[in-house]
Design a protein around this ligand. Structure first.
Ligand code: URP
Ligand code: ZN
Ligand code: ZN
Length: 511
């Protein structure tokens, strides 16, 4: 037969189109899309029965277990994170390789990435993954700092296909000075590396945390009180100024604050290359969810993340930002820690929370599985404007901004990997179609989901990764798992403006 697999009777939805058509797959690639492929040409047929067919999701913000544990002991291995991803319609995740601070020299970052991919190469992966580089500290002093990093970024791109870094404006041990943020942006611009920014003013967070502790206000809820929306707004504004100074495109990750959104929107209106990611939790949960519910003293800790969940009224600003284009992408920021030490005999990070102090609650929650279904559901509930918008922010834009389009994030015959989701038909109900979210459904290693019991209007019926069905009507197809590391190219969405606020120019641009 001409095609190994043919998906028939589906309605294809991409970031730009919505139309009924069949898809022919040869090997790992999409080979053809046309209005009708004769079943005689198909090795195997998947009948979509009128259901929506989309590209697989790209979740470009996922934290999994690494050789270097800068964020503590997270629950999921890469194997478990990819398993959970495909169970929720995501077929590529971009996780993080943390900088190993014991390594120095021009290939130090490359070595950190290689140590990470070596670890994952021993695991069964259900979908492909890429890696961003987390920069925790810069080597050298004065202008040497900038030049060492320049070399390291050139190498990490050449050696490993890593085209993005993440820098932090908060967290003890990770917080970067403005001086080093400038160094990071200088070296990023020179190498075409996407600069991801965690924008919170770490000094305000530290001051407020100490003062709240002094007043005996220790419960999970006060984590949010210690870092209100203006704390993110200030850091966002400062980072935009630093990025303008360097003429460097930037991307704000996990944006949750109306002040930050306003700053981003203003910068975009002024023509600056400023992009932003938000996460489902900021659109669907609120600071109420960090209060200790259900008679369980510490349950609020499950929903602690940074930036924190915001007051109820902020949710509408998040949906508006997705619909009006302020947010380029949605990522899960999956960063799961076991809540109960009794389960699975694994390390329980919450046990570290000395006297219940919020300062010691590990930051982050699970979400790699639920991102796609929750956002699809948001279209059904008219919160998100259209299914094309859903694909744009969850699949296509993440692939473009992080340099893996059109291999990923689209359905381009001859170019795209056969990473495809067939959703349940909207007008029928199937026995196997989940109606509410339960932790069992999510296939991650974490022992809870913030969305337990939440009603859901659709769920991936078939997840196809590299041409193979890896998830079918609630079941993982373990033998079809073929995930691998993907090298990425430079961003196809962002490039510098060649505009500076003074007559200063980088020396390399003067030649
Ligand atoms: O609370 C969060 N977001 N944890 C994950 C680490 C990060 O800052 O993205
Ligand atoms: Zn962050
Ligand atoms: Zn994160």
């Amino acid at each position: 037969s001409t095609y190994d697999v043919v998906i028939k009777n589906g309605i294809i939805c991409t970031a730009s189109d919505f139309y009924p058509a069949d898809i022919g797959i040869i090997g790992e690639k999409i080979a053809a899309i046309c209005d009708c492929i004769d079943p005689v040409h198909a090795g195997e047929i998947i009948d979509a029965e009128g259901g929506i067919v989309t590209p697989g999701g790209i979740d470009a913000h996922v934290h999994v277990d690494e050789p270097v544990k800068l964020l503590g002991d997270v629950a999921d291995t890469m194997g478990e994170a990819t398993r959970s991803a495909v169970a929720g319609g995501t077929t590529t995740i971009i996780a993080f390789a943390s900088q190993d601070l014991s390594l120095t020299g021009p290939h130090a970052l490359s070595q950190s990435v290689k140590n990470t991919t070596d670890m994952y190469s021993k695991q069964r992966l259900y979908c492909d993954y890429g890696l961003h580089m987390i920069l925790a500290r810069l080597e050298g002093t004065g202008t040497a700092t900038r030049d060492i990093l320049d070399q390291q970024l050139e190498n990490v791109y050449q050696d490993c296909g890593v085209s993005s870094i993440k820098v932090f404006m908060t967290y003890p041990g990770l917080q970067m000075s403005d001086y080093n943020l400038l160094n990071a942006m200088y070296a990023s611009r020179k190498n075409g590396i996407t600069t991801m920014i965690h924008a919170e003013n770490g000094d305000i967070v530290r001051w407020m945390t100490e003062s709240l502790e002094e007043q005996g206000l220790l419960e999970p809820y006060y984590h949010g009180v210690s870092r209100p929306t203006i704390v993110e707004g200030e850091a966002t504004n400062r980072a935009v100024t630093l990025a303008r100074t360097m003429d460097n495109p930037i991307l704000f990750v996990h944006v949750s604050s109306p002040e930050a959104i306003d700053t981003i929107r203003r910068a975009q209106t002024a023509g600056l290359k400023v992009y932003a990611e938000t996460c489902p939790q900021y659109a669907l949960l609120s600071d109420e969810d960090t209060k200790c519910a259900h008679g369980d003293d510490f349950a609020g800790a499950k929903n602690i993340c940074s930036p924190p969940l915001r007051p109820e009224e902020v949710k509408q600003a998040i949906w508006r930002g997705m619909n009006n284009g302020s947010f380029t992408i949605v990522g899960s920021d999956h960063c799961a820690y076991l809540y109960s030490s009794k389960e699975k005999g694994k390390h329980n990070a919450f046990a570290k929370c000395e006297n219940g102090r919020f300062r010691y609650i590990p930051n982050g929650m699970p979400g790699v599985c639920t991102r796609m279904p929750l956002l699809f559901d948001a279209v059904m509930r008219n919160r998100l404007s259209s299914l094309m918008k859903f694909v744009e922010i969850n699949c296509t834009n993440p692939a473009k901004i992080y340099g893996c389009y059109p291999q990923k994030g689209g359905l381009l015959p001859g170019s795209s990997d056969a990473d495809i989701i067939v959703w349940y038909p909207n007008d029928k109900q199937y026995d196997l179609q989940p109606e509410v979210i339960t932790n069992d459904l999510l296939e991650h290693a974490c022992d809870y989901t913030p969305y337990e019991g939440v009603e859901i209007k659709n769920w991936p019926r078939f997840t196809i990764a590299r041409g193979k069905v890896v998830y079918k009507e609630g079941k993982l197809m373990h033998d079809n798992a073929r995930g691998q590391y993907i090298r990425r190219k430079k961003s196809s969405l962002s490039s510098p403006n060649n505009a500076w606020p003074s007559e200063w120019r980088p020396a390399y641009d003067k030649k």
